[in-house]
Write a protein of this length. Structure first.
Length: 346
């Protein structure tokens, strides 16, 4: 391979743009989101439905926890195939339908958004390509402002989606504390970019399987990391909730089995760290990205960051490590085998 360092990859360079992307969102999306927040307060939906695939669906998993904890609204994930394959009519009158896509082109997502609109839902599109078909049919478009993303592995567009979800929630709930956490997010991302996760890169270089574990706000991060390890590094990685991983999967864990944990300083942290300790006691090779984690297996994160924001910083550092890991394992993270940038599922 001609590339010699992780910083030469598009994956690395695009992930490194995340702080600037979020700053651009904060500058350019304020009026859109202020108006949307006002509309949603005046016309509160009965519930929220997300619709997405791949990395965008992992952003939707994060959105579920954000919306339910901060807005008190049940949030469910709708499979695009319900409309595109099964042609089922969902009863979505009075719902908020949140379609998430980098490209805004996938036929099944478009069909689902069209069906939701016809069924009486208010459709929001979180989309990077502003002149895409999905953007055209949405009632309100929230542009991700990530700019062109050329690496097949989505990085800055994924983190931009998480940031947009936070901004939407802050404007909808009129939450001053959340607005403050988001305002400092570009600086926090810049602080976090230089975190040294080389222990993870070195530790996974010669392995074949691992678990990635998170909970609450961090569960979407675990899903996203597992996908990227498969996609860019040729690793068989599975994501689990810290609340579920002991219900069967732990039976696979023996001496040297690798497990990556994501945690944030909220009510889930003690449980997540306790599960990590239990894995260590079984001889697992553990890494922990969580505030307060210490020891040789701790992966650094910026201090004094709100729990709801922590997964963005953890995933940003993970992307940097994954780019290096892919090269170390002989892969080009920008051009994973058998994959295209836009997956046009029907």
């Amino acid at each position: 391979m001609s590339m010699t360092s992780a910083s030469d990859t598009l994956m690395y360079r695009e992930a490194a743009e995340t702080a600037d992307v979020v700053a651009r969102q904060l500058e350019q999306n304020t009026s859109i989101l202020a108006g949307l927040g006002q509309h949603l307060r005046a016309h509160p939906p009965r519930f929220i439905v997300t619709c997405a695939r791949g990395s965008s669906d992992h952003a939707a998993a994060y959105a579920k926890y954000v919306f339910e904890t901060r807005l008190g609204l049940i949030t469910a994930s709708a499979s695009p195939s319900i409309s595109s394959i099964y042609d089922a009519d969902l009863k979505l009158e009075g719902a908020l339908f949140v379609a998430i896509s980098q490209s805004g082109k996938s036929p099944d997502l478009l069909r689902s958004a069209q069906a939701a609109k016809a069924a009486g839902a208010y459709v929001i599109a979180l989309v990077n390509v502003e002149d895409s078909p999905l953007a055209e049919l949405a009632d309100t478009v929230v542009p991700l402002r990530a700019g062109p993303e050329r690496s097949v592995a989505a990085t800055k567009s994924y983190l931009a989606t998480l940031a947009a979800i936070l901004q939407l929630t802050a404007h909808w709930s009129d939450d001053a504390a959340l607005h403050a956490d988001i305002a400092r997010l570009p600086d926090d991302l810049r602080r976090g970019w230089d975190g040294d996760w080389s222990a993870l890169t070195q530790g996974l270089r010669d392995t074949g399987n691992l678990f990635v574990v998170g909970r609450g706000y961090g569960f979407g991060a675990a899903l996203e990391a597992a996908l990227k390890l498969k996609e860019t590094c040729g690793l068989h990685a599975e994501a689990f909730s810290a609340a579920e991983v002991k219900h069967g999967p732990m039976a696979l864990v023996g001496d040297g089995f690798p497990v990556l944990f994501f945690g944030q300083d909220d009510g889930t942290l003690d449980n997540t760290l306790a599960v990590a300790n239990e894995f260590r006691s079984r001889g697992a090779r553990v890494w922990v990205a969580a505030p307060g984690a210490h020891g040789t297996d701790a992966l650094p994160l910026p201090a004094n960051v709100a729990p709801i924001v922590t997964p963005l910083l953890a995933v940003q550092s993970f992307y940097r490590a994954a780019s290096a890991l892919a090269l170390a394992r002989g892969y080009n993270p920008d051009v994973p085998p058998h994959l295209n940038k836009v997956t046009e599922t029907v």
